[in-house]
Design a binder for this molecule. Structure first.
Ligand code: PXP
Length: 247
């Protein structure tokens, strides 16, 4: 019997659509409340430095209205640290951020920035936030995340998903193998293991089947799929696939 697998629904791209027209809709908070009702165990939102999707006001509204935990994704900047310390979300996930990227492209370089990151996350952990570090499935980065005192590592599934989408199946299988080994390794160090980025109905099950993985954070695909089948059924289908893989 494996532990249950939580689904964190990332609502960033509801805000992307809203911001495309500078309107007040669609409202990410409304999506988050629907996601809660549809069975999401948490909501994830990334407040980027350039505010291209989620806004400061969205974070405030989510903190006020959510009944499930908020996983606040942020870059390791003093501005974001101050915002996190003001709101004290359930979890903060530290991600790398480059202005010119379309999305979070790789994992955080923890090993080379150990001291800096250890000092950066200490006040967040002291404030009661569960600190998660978004990293590649790489033993060096996992060991460094452990040394700096992170509670959680989120393993980047983007390379696995890209290889699948582009039909590079040998590479996909090698990535999957690496993710599997590294989730076991991280768990053996006492880290809680999460995973996410680029997951779809086609790619979620092999990751959901890893017994050490406790949470998946999924956004872009779910919001896209919601256009065709509605947000609630889109989330429910992801939940069903995760539960099926887990059993
Ligand atoms: N996890 C992290 C740390 C992320 O940065 C993102 C993207 O914001 C996701 C999960 C979700 O990725 P996607 O939107 O591709 O499902």
């Amino acid at each position: 019997m494996t532990d249950t697998l939580r689904l964190g629904v990332n609502i960033d791209h509801v805000a992307t659509v809203r911001n495309a027209r500078g309107s007040a809709y669609p409202d990410p908070l409304r999506a988050a409340k629907l996601a809660e009702e549809a069975g999401a165990d948490g909501i994830t939102a990334h407040l980027r430095e350039d505010r291209r999707h989620i806004s400061d006001g969205d974070i405030e509204a989510l903190m006020e209205a959510l009944t499930v935990p908020l996983n606040f994704e942020m870059a390791a900047t003093t501005e974001m640290q101050a915002i996190a310390l003001r709101h004290k979300p359930h979890a903060v996930c530290i991600v790398p951020e480059k202005r010119e990227e379309r999305t979070t492209e790789g994992g955080l370089e923890v090993a080379r920035e150990e001291n800096k990151l250890a000092h950066f996350i200490a006040p967040l952990a002291e404030a009661g936030c569960r600190v998660s570090i978004f990293i590649a499935a790489d033993a060096r980065q996992i060991e460094a995340a452990h040394r700096i005192g992170a509670a959680v590592v989120e393993l980047h599934t983007g390379a696995y998903c890209d290889a699948h989408a582009e039909g590079r199946f040998d590479e996909r299988d090698a990535e999957l193998e690496r993710l599997c080994e590294m989730s076991t390794f991280a768990h053996s160090l006492g880290l809680e293991v999460h995973a996410g980025h680029g997951l779809t109905y086609d790619t979620v099950q092999p990751i959901a089947a890893f017994p050490e993985v406790r949470e998946l954070n999924i956004g872009h695909f779910i919001i896209g799929e919601a256009i065709f089948r509605g947000l609630t059924p889109a989330i429910q289908e992801m939940r069903r696939l995760m539960d099926e893989a887990r059993s």
